[in-house]
Ligand binder design. Structure first.
Ligand code: ZN
Length: 146
């Protein structure tokens, strides 16, 4: 695990991705840089977000965090997992037992990273900025310590 790896930021990424899927149905981020101070997620998209949408995403993510949902792991066989999830972003050597991270009933996603044990540990989620270029929406965000 690199020094800048932050389980809080990374867990927030899961919640942000599920929120983007629910609001826009364009999938989870295809590329992300997650660091302690600030992070960014890139999405295949068709335009930039409006300020109302940014507010809405923030309030949904913070609502999920404030519910203090438990973060749990579960293992599925690859055959079963690939029927439900997109496994493209998992490393090739992930093996035949695929680890699924569940954030309460809000999100499930295959992942080999390190997460918080419940969402309140994440703190407050804040979008710093968004921009849109060449069919890619980039969302930059940070966490405010509680
Ligand atoms: Zn993860």
């Amino acid at each position: 695990m690199s020094k800048s790896y932050d389980p809080r930021m990374h867990s927030a990424e899961h919640i942000l991705n599920q929120t983007m899927v629910r609001m826009f149905n364009k999938g989870r981020s295809f590329s992300a840089h997650i660091e302690k101070k600030k992070s960014k997620c890139d999405y295949h998209f068709d335009r930039n977000l409006t300020s109302e949408e940014i507010e809405k995403i923030q309030s949904v993510v913070n609502e999920v965090i404030s519910q203090d949902l438990s973060v749990k792991e579960e293992f599925l066989s690859r055959k079963f997992a690939e029927e439900i999830f997109n496994l493209e972003r998992l490393p090739e050597d992930a093996g035949d037992k695929i680890r699924i991270i569940k954030i309460g009933g809000y999100d499930s996603c295959p992942c080999s990273g390190v997460h918080v044990s419940s969402t309140k540990e994440i703190g407050e989620f804040k979008i710093i900025s968004t921009d849109f270029d060449n069919s890619v929406l980039r969302v930059r965000f940070k966490l405010v310590e509680n």
